[in-house]
Design a protein around this ligand. Structure first.
Ligand SMILES: [Zn+2]
Length: 324
């Protein structure tokens, strides 16, 4: 059995196991969890798996146009369901397509920062990162006409080694960060970080952290917050994780994240090798359907609104230091 078929059959049997978890119809549910649907707006060729690949200017332009069309499709889906979301956008996109950024903000969504050009923080020093934040925040604020207070690092690159990045975010006036994935992974992750929102200390300063959703299984956190995990794992696993968050009132908050290219099955594929190819493209055909299901079963608020509610009760939040 090849790996795709093996995964599919595992998914089917897990699907049965998790079916008992009832979806929430949260419009009538006052104890609905605080949940944010977020989109990292970047062209498909920016993904870390494609970092060594030379993508010519023509193809870059094609991906840019496809990203615009899919982002507009996402905006329509959110509008139909009256959902407000958070869009972490690259500063470069605010420069190349300010109209797109403006339309996100005009629809009532939050425009937040995903760095200037998707360079990982691991490749920068502190002054470079400061400049990256200043430049992208400024471009996004000009394009959106609203203040930018949320940040997500490209490829979740806030890890212990880049603890100083938290200080920079606090100094730059960000209210919250959503870059620390509390999982074990070859490229990112802080496996012992709390699973739910917490106050994170960098070197000297602190900021509110809203990590991507995970499901605790034994001593491991299983990533379920979005991206490839959302497409590769059976949908009921995500539903279980989000429903469990709801049961424990201390951690009633979850963050989901997606990218426009994950809802574009017709896009040209990048020449990625084996595992990367599987992680990137498997399940893309069902992306739109799954997103629709998620949006119909849960309710969501913008990251900035979630952050202000959490900050109002920040004495209840766990504290975690990246330098200890
Ligand atoms: Zn990204």
């Amino acid at each position: 059995m090849n790996s795709t078929r093996a995964l599919r059959s595992t998914n089917q049997s897990l699907d049965g196991w998790f079916r008992w978890v009832k979806p929430m119809h949260s419009h009538s549910d006052v104890s609905a969890p605080l949940m944010t649907l977020s989109f990292d707006v970047e062209e498909h060729y920016r993904i870390e798996a494609a970092s060594g690949i030379d993508v010519d200017l023509k193809l870059q332009g094609d991906y840019r146009e496809r990203m615009r069309l899919v982002t507009e499709w996402i905006l329509e889906q959110l509008h139909e369901r009256e959902i407000l979301a958070t869009f972490f956008v690259l500063g470069q996109i605010a420069e190349s397509n300010p109209k797109l950024v403006r339309s996100i903000a005009d629809a009532g969504h939050e425009v937040a920062c995903h760095g200037w050009d998707h360079r990982r923080i691991l490749t920068m020093d502190r002054p470079m990162f400061w400049e990256d934040i200043r430049r992208s925040k400024d471009a996004l604020e000009q394009a959106s006409g609203s203040r930018v207070v949320g940040y997500r690092a490209p490829t979740f690159s806030i890890v212990r080694r880049t603890a100083w990045a938290i200080d920079v975010l606090a100094e730059a006036g960000m209210s919250y960060d959503s870059s620390i994935y509390p999982i074990r992974h070859d490229r990112y992750g802080v496996p012992d970080a709390p699973q739910h929102p917490f106050v994170v200390r960098g070197v000297e300063r602190e900021i509110l952290e809203i990590p991507p959703a995970t499901l605790r299984m034994g001593r491991l956190n299983i990533p379920v917050g979005g991206g490839g995990y959302f497409r590769l794992l059976p949908y009921p696993v995500t539903r279980l994780a989000l429903s469990l968050s709801r049961r424990d009132h201390r951690c009633r908050a979850s963050m989901m994240y997606f990218h426009p290219w994950e809802f574009d099955p017709g896009q040209p594929s990048l020449p990625l090798g084996g595992a990367s190819r599987f992680r990137t493209y498997h399940g893309i055909g069902r992306g739109r359907r799954r997103l629709a299901r998620l949006m119909s079963e849960f309710s969501f608020i913008r990251g900035v609104d979630l952050a202000s509610q959490l900050v109002a009760n920040s004495d209840d939040l766990p504290r975690f230091s990246l330098t200890r």
